[in-house]
Write a protein of this length. Structure first.
Length: 416
């Protein structure tokens, strides 16, 4: 879904992501509350699942913490949090950043419940302890620990050679007695089985199913087992390269990453919104839109109720653009606060407000820059689509891109 710096205590070590290409957004400090929005009809999102990513490294550069999930009002709206990411080194599930995960100490002001962490022997700290506190206050939330992502999917090829051993390692880590109560299952973000992501992975079309089957057998029916997958709706593309349908029988839900279809990784354009819901005249690549992926997955026999629609809480943009309509040329990636070509919704929506829609999503043209991103209005329309398709709900990348008042997650909980 995204590219993201993965900081350690003092430095960024890697990029993470998942989607057609690495995607955007970790977390910045909460900003001033958004202005009150016009009243909209409230309705539970399709299938009742509202799933949001929380990035482990967001506590560093973006100063976004578990407490922000509460203060933004997002906790009351979420059904699930996907904690991203754990690593897959040596064909095993391994820890990502142990300091952020379970060692970073929070004072009373930064803690979910207003109680400071302690340095007592065996005391849990960091994101894990804050998630534990959040779940106590909001028992509606279940948390899954996601492994892989754009940078850390390399170990899945080796995992597929011995799926049972991989599953054992994952279970031992997720169910570690120090934080077993924090997690309600596991998510797999493999980019991409039997296709070319960071490198060509010729693991075979059944490898993904073998890994998922082993995880389900090890974690049992009482835990969640989920997966984020490609949203390439082209004929003969990444969805067709892997047997997702058989694997989906063992999954609680599947998350096609319906964003990052287009962006300034194609530096000269053509400009195009990164998360179109439908096709439109002039779309740069046929099949690179959400509905194409959803229909392809359904055609393979994956039940609609197991499919979640993906939404990005960020924009992708170009600079050196002279044409306001999509399809223009550019000179490169537009500047972003954390990364060129990408900007959190809470920032881009005020700096370059949307002034057009295409393919069921929004775009903006200002000062020679062209941006594509979803707005509350386009998200509500996407949720209407999800309901009409009988989908199981929606997921989004990621919590920190939203406004301090949770403007986008509110839209995810709304149809019409």
């Amino acid at each position: 879904m995204r590219i993201r710096p993965f900081p350690t205590v003092i430095a960024a070590l890697a990029l993470l992501g998942a989607g057609i290409v690495p995607a955007a957004g970790a977390v910045a400090p909460p900003e001033t509350a958004a202005a009150p929005q016009a009243a909209v009809p409230q309705a539970v999102a399709a299938g009742k699942r509202v799933v949001g990513y929380f990035t482990e490294w967001g506590v560093y550069d973006r100063n976004y913490h578990v407490k922000n999930i509460k203060t933004s009002g997002s906790a009351a709206k979420l059904t699930n949090i996907v904690y991203a990411f754990g690593n897959t080194t040596g064909g095993r599930c391994t820890m990502g950043d142990s300091y952020a995960a379970y060692d970073k100490a929070y004072d009373a002001a930064g803690s979910v419940d207003g109680v400071a962490d302690t340095w007592d022997t065996g005391a849990l700290r960091g994101n894990f302890n804050q998630l534990r506190k959040l779940k106590r206050e909001f028992p509606n939330i279940k948390v899954v620990w996601s492994f892989g992502g754009w940078t850390w999917s390399g170990g899945f090829t080796e995992a597929a050679r011995n799926p049972a051993a991989f599953a054992d390692s994952c279970y031992a880590l997720v169910e570690d007695p120090r934080w077993a109560d924090v997690f309600d299952g596991i998510d797999i973000d493999w980019e991409y089985p039997n296709a070319c992501g960071l490198s060509c992975d010729a693991s075979g079309p059944n490898a993904f199913n073998s890994v998922i089957t082993a995880l389900r057998n090890r974690f049992g029916s009482s835990n969640l087992v989920t997966a984020a997958i490609t949203a390439d709706g082209t004929n003969g593309g990444k969805i067709d390269a892997t047997d997702y349908a058989t694997a989906a029988q063992k999954l609680d839900w599947i998350m096609p990453m319906t964003y990052d279809y287009f962006g300034a990784f194609a530096a000269q354009g053509p400009t195009a919104p990164h998360s179109p819901l439908t096709s439109y005249t002039g779309i740069p690549t046929a099949g690179f839109y959400s509905d194409a992926a959803i229909q392809k997955l359904k055609s393979k026999g994956i039940p609609s109720a197991k499919i979640l629609l993906g939404i990005g809480f960020y924009g992708r943009g170009w600079t050196g653009v002279t044409q306001s309509a999509p399809g223009g040329t550019a000179t490169g990636a537009a500047p972003g606060k954390y990364e060129a070509g990408i900007e959190d919704y809470k920032l881009i929506s005020t700096r370059c407000p949307s002034n057009g829609t295409v393919g069921g999503t929004a775009y903006a043209f200002c000062g020679g820059q062209w941006w594509g991103y979803d707005t509350p209005a386009t998200i509500r329309s996407k949720m209407t689509y999800a309901n009409n398709q009988g989908l199981g709900g929606a997921f989004f990348w990621e919590l920190s891109g939203d406004t301090a008042g949770g403007e986008l997650i509110t839209a995810v909980k709304t149809v019409g």
